[in-house]
Design a binder for this molecule. Structure first.
Ligand code: GDP
Ligand code: MG
Length: 162
C-alpha cells in the first residue's frame, strides 16, 4: 500500500515548497502570491524504501467564497483521499484566524491531521511552536521547507516502517 499524504493550509504557508522537496520535482508552482495552485497536484516521493504519494492543494482561507470555495473543495477532496493529512501553518506569521477556522474544519471532518509549522528558519523553535499549541494538535512538526529542514525526520515518523 502506498500512503497518500495531503498538504492543506492557508495560501502562502509553504505547501508547494514542501511538495517540491518531498517529490524533488519542479511540478508544483511555487509563487509569492497566494492562490496560484488551484487544482490538486499529485507527486510521488520516496523515503528510504517507502514510496508515498503527496497531494498539493491551493489552500484554504477558512472563509470561502467564489474561487476560494473551489480551492476549499479541492483541499477537502485531498483530505478525503489522504491517509495522512498535514496541516501547515506559517511560523513567521504566527497563528491567524484563518488557521483556527481550518483547524475547526479539520476537526469536524473527523480526519486526524498533524500540525506542521513551517518557516522556522532563523526562529527559536520553542517560541515558534508555542503560538500554535492552542490549536490542540497531538503532534507538531517543525520544518523549514525551503531549507529542506525537518522533512526527513517528519517522514520517518509518519511513514509506516517495514
Ligand atoms: P503555498 O501557497 O502554501 O503553496 O506556499 P509556497 O510554497 O508558494 O510558499 C510561499 C512563500 O513562502 C514562497 O516565497 C516560499 O519561498 C516561502 N517559503 C516556503 N517555505 C519557507 C521556509 O521554510 N522558510 C522561509 N523563510 N520561507 C519559505
Ligand atoms: Mg501552492
Amino acid at each position: 500500500m502506498t500512503p497518500v499524504i495531503a498538504l492543506v493550509g492557508r495560501p502562502n504557508v509553504g505547501k508547494s515548497t514542501l511538495f517540491n522537496q518531498m517529490t524533488r520535482s519542479r511540478d508544483a508552482l511555487v509563487a509569492d502570491f497566494p492562490g496560484l495552485t488551484r487544482d490538486r497536484k499529485y507527486g510521488e516521493g520516496i523515503y528510504e524504501d517507502q514510496r508515498f504519494i503527496v497531494i498539493d492543494t491551493g489552500g484554504l482561507t477558512g472563509t470561502e467564497q467564489g474561487l476560494d470555495a473551489e480551492m476549499a473543495r479541492q483541499s477537502m477532496q485531498a483530505v478525503e483521499e489522504a491517509d495522512i493529512v498535514l496541516f501547515m501553518v506559517d511560523g513567521r506569521a504566527g497563528l491567524t484566524a484563518g488557521d483556527e477556522l481550518i483547524a475547526d474544519h479539520m476537526r469536524r471532518s473527523g480526519k486526524q491531521a498533524h500540525l506542521v509549522v513551517n518557516k522556522t528558519d532563523g526562529q527559536d523553535p520553542d517560541i515558534a511552536a508555542a503560538d500554535f499549541y492552542s490549536l490542540g494538535f497531538e503532534s507538531i512538526f517543525m520544518v523549514a521547507a525551503s531549507h529542506n529542514r525537518g522533512i526527513r525526520s517528519m517522514l520517518e515518523l509518519l511513514l509506516p516502517s517495514e
